[in-house]
Design a protein around this ligand. Structure first.
Ligand SMILES: C[S@@+](CC[C@H](N)C(=O)[O-])C[C@H]1O[C@@H](n2cnc3c(N)ncnc32)[C@H](O)[C@@H]1O
Length: 305
C-alpha cells in the first residue's frame, strides 16, 4: 500500500480526511480512487469492522488498489453507486468522498488527449472502453450541439463561430488530433490568452465526452440516499459548473438552487452544509502542486429527520 504520487498528488488531503470524521468501524466510499492517495489514508484509519469501497471508471487506476477483506475496488462509473453498494450488501454509508475530474496520470499520458500541451488523437475518455470520444463529438455533432457545448461547458462567448468553423473544416477531412483542432480554432484564440481559450475548449469537450455534469447530479442524489443520518458528503470540484451544482444541492437540495418544499410548506433539504464557504488550497499547497489551484472543497452532513 504505497503512496503513488507519480500517479496523482492528492489535493486538500488533510481537509478531506478531517471532513469525513472517520469512525474506525464505519463504511466509507471514495468514488474517485485515482492514485488512491485519499483512499489509503481513509483505509488506515479503519479497524477490522470498517469498510472502504472505491470506484474508478479508468481501468488504469486499478494498479493502485490493494487486497484486503474490507477493501473493494469497483471499476465503474460512480453513477452506478447504489447498484454496486447493493451488490456488496451495503445499506448505508458513513461518508463519501468525490475528488472530481481528471487525475494527473490521465493528463500526463499524452495519448489520452486531455492536454493542450502535446499532440494526440482526439480521445478524452476517462473510461477507455466508453463509446463516446472527443473524435466523435468533434466530427459528428451538429453545429447547434457543438455551440451549446462550447457555450455551456466552456463558457466561451464566441461558441457559435467555433462550432461553424469546425463544421466547415471537417467536410474537407475529419479532425483527428488535438493539434488539428487547435490549429482550426487558432484564429479565434485571443492573443496572450490563447492558453486559457484552448483550455476552455478542451474542458467543454471533455465534459461532454464524460457526461461529467449528468453523472455528478446522479452521484449527489444517490450519495444522499445512501448516507446514514449525520453521514458526511465531501466533494472537491475543479470548475465552476461542477461547483455550482454541488453548492446548490448542498445548500438548497436542488441543482438549480431553488428551495424545495413539501405539500405543507416544509423545506425539503436532505443535507446541511458543514461550512458555508468552500475550502480552497493554501498558497503553499498550490506552490507544491499547481493542479490544486482551482480546487474547491464542500462538505455537507445528512439530515437526521
Ligand atoms: C482527481 S482524480 C482522484 C485522485 C484521488 N483522490 C487520489 O488521491 O489519487 C479523479 C479520478 O476519478 C475518476 N473519475 C472521474 N469521474 C468518474 C466517474 N464518473 N466515475 C468513476 N470514476 C471517475 C478519474 O478516472 C480519476 O482517476
Amino acid at each position: 500500500m504505497e503512496n503513488n504520487i507519480a500517479y496523482h498528488i492528492p489535493v486538500l488531503f488533510n481537509e478531506c480526511i478531517d471532513a469525513l470524521q472517520i469512525n474506525p468501524a464505519g463504511t466509507y466510499v471514495d468514488v474517485t480512487f485515482g492514485g488512491g492517495g485519499h483512499a489509503r489514508e481513509i483505509f488506515s484509519r479503519l479497524n477490522e469492522h470498517g469498510k472502504l469501497i472505491v470506484f474508478d471508471q479508468d481501468p488504469d487506476a486499478r494498479q493502485n488498489a490493494w487486497e484486503a477483506p474490507n477493501f473493494h475496488f469497483v471499476p465503474t462509473n460512480f453513477s452506478f453507486l447504489k447498484n454496486h453498494l447493493r451488490l456488496l450488501n451495503i445499506k448505508q454509508i458513513d461518508g463519501l468522498l468525490a475528488d472530481l475530474g481528471v487525475s494527473s496520470h490521465q493528463f500526463d499520458e499524452a495519448e489520452r488527449g486531455f492536454t493542450i500541451r502535446e499532440n494526440a488523437a482526439l480521445d478524452m475518455r476517462m473510461n477507455q472502453n466508453a463509446e463516446l470520444s472527443a473524435y466523435k463529438v468533434v466530427n459528428t455533432y451538429d453545429e447547434a450541439a457543438l455551440t451549446s457545448i462550447f457555450r455551456n461547458y466552456g463558457e466561451l462567448s464566441n461558441a457559435r463561430l467555433l462550432a461553424q468553423e469546425i463544421v466547415l473544416k471537417r467536410v474537407e477531412k475529419p479532425i483527428e488530433t488535438t493539434s488539428e483542432l487547435m490549429s482550426i480554432l487558432s484564429r479565434f484564440a485571443p492573443k496572450f490568452k490563447d492558453h486559457k481559450f484552448y483550455a476552455q475548449v478542451f474542458q467543454s469537450i471533455r465534459i461532454e465526452v464524460n457526461q461529467e455534469l449528468e453523472v455528478l447530479k446522479s452521484l449527489l442524489e444517490q450519495a444522499t440516499e445512501m448516507l446514514a443520518p449525520k453521514g458526511r458528503l465531501v466533494v472537491i470540484s475543479y470548475h465552476s459548473l461542477e461547483d455550482r451544482l454541488v453548492k446548490n444541492y448542498m445548500k438548497r437540495g436542488s441543482f438549480e438552487g431553488e428551495i424545495q418544499k413539501d405539500f405543507f410548506g416544509n423545506v425539503l433539504k436532505p443535507l446541511n452544509e458543514v461550512v458555508r464557504h468552500p475550502i480552497v488550497p493554501s498558497e503553499e499547497e498550490i506552490q507544491r502542486n499547481t493542479r490544486a489551484r482551482s480546487a474547491k472543497l464542500r462538505i455537507a452532513e445528512r439530515n437526521v429527520g
